[in-house]
Design a binder for this molecule. Structure first.
Ligand code: ATP
Length: 306
C-alpha cells in the first residue's frame, strides 16, 4: 500500500508542478505571443537599430471591425528622447504600446523604427529591441534570479547582480533567506508593488533595449518608493527612445514631448510648459490633478495662519 501511495503522491506533486508550469507558460504566451494573426513576412529581416527613432504615420486602428480605436495618429519620438502620452481611461494610450510591439497590425498608415516598417521585420528582433516596465509585473514561480534574467536567459550571475544593484534591489535580495535563489511569485515570496517594479527595472536593464516603454501604474506607490522609482526610470530612459504611458502628470513634466490623446485622436502636443501656456485640455487635467494632490504634512497649508 505504502509502495503504491508514494508514487501516487509523487505523481500528484508532478501533476501540480506541470499544471503550474502550464499556467506560467500560458501567461507567457498571453504576454508575448497573444496574437497569432500577426505573422512574419517570408522576406522579413531582423530589425537594424541605429538611433531607434519611432514614427507613427497617420495610423488608424481597431481591435474589432465595428469600433475604431485610433484615428490618424501621427507623431514621432526622436532617437533617444522621451515622449509621454496622457489622456482619459480608454483613450488608446496602451494601444499605442501594443502596436509598437506589433501585437496587432494597423488598418491604415505605418509604424516605423529607424525607417523600417514593423511589418517588414521579424517579430523576434523587434521585441528584443523593446523593453517594457509594465503597470503590474508578472513574476514567475521561480527564483528571483530567474525572474530578473527572464528576457535574457543567457545572462550570467554577475550580470544579474549588476542589474539588481542598478535597480536598487540587490540589498533587499541579499537580505532574503536564500538570496538570489529565493522563490518568488504566487507560491513563493510575495513582493510589494515597489519591489516588483524594481525587478521589472532590473529585467529591463539586463535586456538593455534601445526602446523603452514605461506603463505607469494607475495607483501610486507610497511617495518615497514612487520618487525613487521615478528617479531610476529617468536614469534608464537616458539615451533611450522612451514612450511613457502616464497617469500622473507630475511624473512627465520634463518629457521632451507630451501627446494628449482623446477618444483615439491626438488633440494636443508639446512640452509641459507649452501645453500649460496653450491653456487647453492638458492645462485643465494639470489643474485638476494639482487640486487633488494632498498637501504634504510637513509643509504649511498656503491658507494657514502661521
Ligand atoms: P487606461 O488609461 O484605462 O489604461 P488606455 O487609454 O490605455 O486606458 P487602451 O487600453 O488603449 O486605453 O484601450 C482603448 C480602447 O480599446 C478601450 O475602449 C478598450 O476597451 C479597447 N480595447 C483595448 N483592448 C482591447 C481588445 N483586446 N479588444 C477589443 N477592444 C480593446
Amino acid at each position: 500500500m505504502i509502495q503504491l501511495y508514494i508514487p501516487l503522491n509523487f505523481l500528484g506533486v508532478i501533476y501540480r508542478e506541470i499544471k503550474q508550469s502550464l499556467a506560467d507558460m500560458e501567461r507567457l504566451f498571453t504576454l508575448l505571443d497573444q496574437h497569432k494573426e500577426v505573422a512574419d513576412r517570408p522576406e522579413a529581416k531582423p530589425i537594424e537599430i541605429k538611433g531607434a527613432e519611432v514614427r507613427f504615420e497617420h495610423v488608424d486602428f481597431s481591435y474589432e471591425t465595428k469600433r475604431q480605436i485610433l484615428f490618424d495618429v501621427d507623431f514621432s519620438i526622436p532617437a533617444g528622447t522621451t515622449t509621454a502620452v496622457v489622456g482619459h481611461s480608454g483613450s488608446g494610450k496602451s494601444t499605442l504600446s501594443r502596436l509598437l510591439f506589433r501585437f496587432y497590425d494597423i488598418n491604415k498608415g505605418s509604424i516605423t523604427i529607424d525607417g523600417q516598417d514593423l511589418r517588414d521585420v521579424t517579430q523576434v528582433s523587434l521585441r528584443k529591441s523593446i523593453g517594457i516596465v509594465p503597470q503590474d509585473t508578472v513574476l514567475f514561480n521561480d527564483t528571483i534570479a530567474y525572474n530578473i534574467a527572464y528576457g535574457r536567459p543567457d545572462a550570467g550571475k554577475d550580470e544579474i547582480i549588476a542589474a539588481a544593484k542598478a535597480a536598487y534591489i540587490h540589498d533587499f535580495i541579499e537580505s532574503l533567506p536564500d538570496g538570489y535563489d529565493t522563490k518568488v511569485g504566487e507560491r513563493g515570496l510575495k513582493l510589494s508593488g515597489g519591489e516588483k517594479q524594481r525587478v521589472a527595472i532590473a529585467r529591463t536593464l539586463l535586456k538593455d533595449p534601445a526602446i523603452l516603454i514605461f506603463d505607469e501604474a494607475t495607483s501610486a506607490l507610497d511617495s518615497k518608493s514612487e520618487q525613487a522609482i521615478q528617479a531610476q526610470l529617468k536614469e534608464i530612459a537616458k539615451d533611450r527612445t522612451t514612450l511613457v504611458i502616464a497617469h500622473r502628470l507630475s511624473t512627465i513634466a520634463d518629457a521632451a514631448q507630451i501627446l494628449v490623446l482623446d477618444h483615439g485622436r491626438i488633440i494636443e502636443r508639446g512640452t509641459h510648459g507649452q501645453l500649460l501656456a496653450a491653456n487647453g485640455a492638458y492645462a485643465q487635467m494639470w489643474e485638476r490633478q494639482q487640486a487633488r494632490q494632498e498637501v504634504p504634512a510637513s509643509s504649511p497649508r498656503p491658507d494657514s495662519e502661521d
